[in-house]
Design a protein around this ligand. Structure first.
Ligand code: MG
Length: 256
């Protein structure tokens, strides 16, 4: 009798398993090309700058178009008073830094700069300036054409944080172009980075910095500091070295 019961139980289990194996579930529909093709939202139309006149894209905020420094102010207060001439402006070493009047978050920045043909000096004392992103993080500007310096302080470095992937300098007297893509940080309530700022720097079409994670402020002396901040201006540096001052032209920014 016991054997019969055991046999019946075994048969019940086997039939339950085979019933489960036979159960059929709906199968995903076969993929068709249109299933992964999204038509909205369509990217906004941006008219690129004119290749001959090197003008800004249609949605850019023009920070200098060759006429005046009305988009800028002096870091010490008042209007920006570096000298505008022949469609460019030149650092005035007696006047200090200048900053944009407007604050920005994440952006794409285009800026052109040129050291004089007759530039003198060596290492950091040769055409030194800088572009400070959100007034905190310096992308170095320096004449490194046949001019060596500490590698993490050369042109295109995030000053003292990362060595550029290349030296793409044009000769003194020729214009250099920076295209900088910057993602602003997010902070925790305790003032640390929740999301670090990141940056990509392209000089004259050559990638120098590839999506670098910025560690903090770019200090001349000491380690980077983490300083909570919101949107901020672009700062152009008046460096106190005695070499001949550098010039800028064609500056525009697209907010991202
Ligand atoms: Mg500098």
């Amino acid at each position: 009798m016991k054997r019969v019961i055991m046999l019946l139980l075994a048969l019940t289990v086997v039939s339950a398993v085979s019933a489960q194996e036979k159960k059929e579930y709906p199968k995903p529909e076969a993929m068709r090309p249109a299933m992964t093709e999204f038509w909205t939202p369509q990217p906004k139309v941006v008219t690129p700058g004119d290749i001959k006149t090197n003008s800004a894209p249609s949605d850019a905020i023009v920070l200098f178009d060759g006429t005046d420094l009305s988009a800028w102010r002096n870091a010490k207060g008042g209007e920006a008073d570096w000298k505008v001439h022949n469609g460019v402006f030149t650092v005035d070493k007696s006047k200090g830094d200048i900053l944009t009047k407007q604050n920005f978050g994440s952006f794409q920045l285009h800026i052109e700069w040129c050291v004089p043909k007759n530039i003198t000096g060596a290492s950091q004392s040769r055409g030194n300036s800088g572009v400070f992103l959100q007034d905190k993080y310096e992308v170095q500007i320096l004449d490194n054409y046949n001019n060596e310096t500490y590698a993490n302080g050369q042109a295109g470095s995030i000053y003292k944080q990362v060595i550029p992937l290349a030296n793409a300098m044009r000769k003194p007297g020729e214009w250099n172009v920076y295209d900088i893509i910057y993602n602003a940080p997010v902070f925790n309530d305790n003032g640390t980075y929740k999301v670090h700022p990141t940056v990509t720097v392209i000089q004259n079409g050559v990638v120098l910095i590839n999506n670098f994670v910025i560690r903090g402020t770019t200090e001349y002396i000491g380690h980077p500091r983490v300083v909570p901040h919101g949107d901020g201006p672009i700062r152009l540096q008046m460096h106190g070295d005695p070499s001949e001052p550098i010039s800028f032209r064609n500056i525009w920014l697209r907010e991202l």
